[in-house]
Design a protein around this ligand. Structure first.
Ligand SMILES: [Zn+2]
Ligand SMILES: [Zn+2]
Length: 274
């Protein structure tokens, strides 16, 4: 399996980080996890066009994880020679979100259908909503889901991709919880969105301080990885945006948990193989 960190940014715009998105390529399938800001640009850099995606998995409906879902729907539709609805898996509410997205696009859909004689169908999404268990299977590839804890944002899910004895976990935004721990058990790679609570609290913004209660800190991500026996922990979606040369501080914070495996500080388009 090949994991590509497409977008490693947070809601706070950064010049070198796209929004939350990860690509897992396995057994000829392109599986996209979340679709934040700039996802199509990063997918193109990874050699993948929207029509080449086998499924999109959403961890939750927070804007920074779905802001370019509309671009994905539109571009897949407009570039496909035949009707090619986008398969989507996500938590409860995903079907409604997809329907609203298509409704939002009604003007553009009208322009293109009127202009192109060979494009006479609407864009579509085939949505499956999950809370846990097996979310998708294809040959020997299995994607498991489990509920995570990002309250008051609910429901949220994390995913674990399994193939040939290897496992990659895409946790999304969550604090440590039972569902996350189950997903991570013995995983080769665990990708966790993280914050540095010490830095967040040093910024004089009550609204920013609110995020401390629903994100894993680096120390908590390290503790989850330690307890689950994970091989490699990936720190992504860093808040606040890391300053140049500070990666070591984030890794040290995760390492302080006692986790002894590999720790990767995420950068856009970094790839890992298992
Ligand atoms: Zn979130
Ligand atoms: Zn987020």
């Amino acid at each position: 399996m090949k994991l590509t960190l497409l977008g490693t940014g947070s809601p706070i715009p950064a010049p070198d980080r796209a929004g939350a998105a990860n690509l897992v390529q396995v057994d000829g399938c392109n599986l996209l996890f979340d679709c934040g800001r700039g996802v199509l640009i990063r997918l193109a850099a990874a050699g993948v066009m929207p029509a080449m995606l086998h499924r999109v998995f959403l961890t939750h409906l927070h804007s920074d994880h779905v802001t370019d879902f509309n671009d994905l729907v539109t571009t897949r539709w407009a570039m496909s020679p035949v009707e090619n609805p986008l398969p989507v898996t996500g938590p409860s509410g995903t079907a409604r979100f997809a329907a609203r997205t298509i409704e939002m696009l009604v003007d553009d859909i009208g322009y293109r259908i009127a202009h192109h004689d060979d494009l006479q169908w609407q864009p579509g999404c085939d949505v499956e909503e999950v809370q846990g268990g097996v979310a998708w299977e294809h040959n020997d590839v299995r994607v498991l889901a489990a509920p995570t804890d990002h309250r008051p944002v609910a429901p949220t899910v994390g995913y674990r991709v399994e193939h040939a004895g290897a496992a990659i976990v895409l946790a999304g935004d969550t604090v440590p919880c039972d569902g996350l721990q189950r997903l991570c058990a013995g995983a080769d790679i665990y990708v966790q969105t993280v914050i540095r609570a010490d830095l967040v609290r040093s910024i004089p913004s009550a609204r920013l301080h609110d995020i401390c209660d629903y994100h894993s800190t680096c120390e908590q991500a390290g503790a989850t990885a330690r307890d689950a026996g994970v091989a490699t922990l990936v720190l992504t979606h860093q808040v606040p945006p890391p300053t140049p040369g500070s990666a070591g501080d984030w890794v040290d914070a995760a390492r302080s948990s006692g986790f002894e495996g590999n720790i990767v500080f995420a950068e856009d388009l970094l790839s890992l193989e298992v």
